[in-house]
Design a protein around this ligand. Sequence first.
Ligand code: MN
Length: 287
Amino acid sequence: MKKNIVSVHRARAPHMVGDGLPVRNVFSYTDLGKRELSPFLMLDYGMPSQFKPTEEILGVGMHPHRGFETVTLAFQGRLQHRDTAGNHGEIGPGDVQWMTAGSGVLHEELHAPAFRKSGGTLQMLQLWVNLPAELKMTQPRYQTLENVDIPVVELGGARVRVISGSLGETQGPAHTFTPINLWDVQLGAGEVNLSVPEDYTTALFVMEGKVTVNGAREVEDSTIVVLEKKGTDILVSASADARFIVLNGQPIDEPVVGYGPFVMNTQEQIAEAMKDYSAGRFAGAKR
Ligand code: MN
């Protein structure tokens, strides 16, 4: 059965995260991410942006997170990550970094040294994925998913990269705490029918080009389409190259209380997070 469209939202005007990550916010835990798009809390789109060669260290310096996961998809350019749980790495085109902040971690997200030197185009996405209440204080974890390890499924006119969850028999490499299908779909002129589990949250974020959903609604880039939970099938067509991300996951039916980089279930837990952070009680964060 076809999934109907619930709503369509254009990403907000660009703002700078730190001093080197220009993004357009698509949704956050104060709007669609509060409940409607659970388990997804926030999505920032780092639209293609040009950087000149520089010696300057650009990006976002050390900052904390608790209670959820940050998932960074790199499309162009290279980012470097380091956190106080002792993890570090670089991601470039096609790579994904899946960080579980859990009980608390501080990290920096910077332009990689080689990208700083060469300059060029940076294009990325950052998605925040919620953790269920009983896992919010889980130990921090870090997964680098390299492009070569992300399987590609040819489906209709589409090329689908399965980052997490599955598509048909194909499994994505990311380990998730709740069931999440995260797909990166490139579509040429043509169409693709995507089938997803009934009752899961489903949204399409159109990154590039223009697509038509269910043969009726034309959607331009930097726009998210929210689909109803009922039904299983979405028909997406395009008349030229397009790229969109499928967010599909089992909803976590729990209260979302967020404050900046902390997303918990209650105000008391937010207060506790702030206290623990200032007291240096996040992973490896001695002060
Ligand atoms: Mn961060």
